[in-house]
Design a protein. Structure first.
Length: 195
């Protein structure tokens, strides 16, 4: 039995005293605060960021406030963690990174992420997502983290490959956004000792 097997994932989630704060060299993952609404709106109203997202772009700032309330609720229920990706220099929110769909029985979860388009291509998403993956494997004892992306999403595919994920399966007609049907490419990453 590996050390990760000894962690009770549901209990580890329950035992979190607060939204975990994870520090990298250039970014920090932290919980949201009400002052993040403008930054979240800027992120999720950008058509470039939302091109392959599972929802249409936000149209009003109030949606970002609502999203912050949902993130707080989801964390309180230990249903999902949607971290703010904040720049270490000034704590400005430049993206989000989530672990969600926790399945304690099968020791797996899903990861999602979005970065402001004026920050793409600088390795910041790689740094942020790596922090969340490492925390999920080490602190929660997950055995597998998966990601489902639109197969046309080149940036996301390259990011996942860079993080060690492998492409596993194409799920056809998996979702609909704005009347358009989309496929999902499933990627998986086993825990470090299991690769
Ligand atoms: C997916 C996303 C977070 C990637 O952000 P990013 O800033 O490009 O990521 P990084 O700079 O950390 O890049 C990671 C790797 O992918 C490569 N890469 C990323 N986008 C690329 C592109 N369009 N073309 C070529 N290479 C690309 C980078 O060069 C880097 O490789 P390297 O480490 O070998 O240099 C960003 O494109 C995004 O927010 N997209 C919109 C939201 C989204 O679609 N999320 C996924 C839905 S689940």
């Amino acid at each position: 039995m590996t050390d990760a097997c000894r962690i009770d994932i549901a209990a580890a989630l329950d035992a979190l005293p607060a939204f975990p704060r994870l520090r990298g060299q250039r970014v920090c993952l932290r919980g949201p605060c009400p002052g993040d609404a403008d930054a979240l709106f800027a992120l999720f109203s950008d058509p470039a960021v939302m091109r392959y997202w599972s929802r249409s772009p936000m149209a009003a700032r109030g949606e970002a406030e609502g999203r912050i309330a949902e993130i707080v609720e989801d964390f309180a229920a230990r249903k999902a963690l949607q971290w703010m990706i904040a720049a270490r220099v000034d704590d400005a929110v430049i993206g989000t990174c989530s672990l969600f769909r926790f399945d304690p029985r099968h020791r797996r979860a899903e990861v999602g992420y979005a970065l402001r388009s004026d920050h793409w291509g600088r390795g910041l998403a790689r740094e942020a997502v790596a922090l969340a993956l490492e925390w999920g494997f080490r602190t929660l004892g997950l055995h597998r983290i998966e990601a489902g992306i639109d197969p046309r999403n080149a940036g996301s595919r390259l990011l996942l490959a860079r993080l060690g994920f492998t492409s596993e399966e194409l799920l056809r007609e998996r979702y609909r956004v704005g009347g358009e049907a989309g496929d999902i490419q499933l990627f998986g990453l086993p825990a470090p000792g299991m690769r």
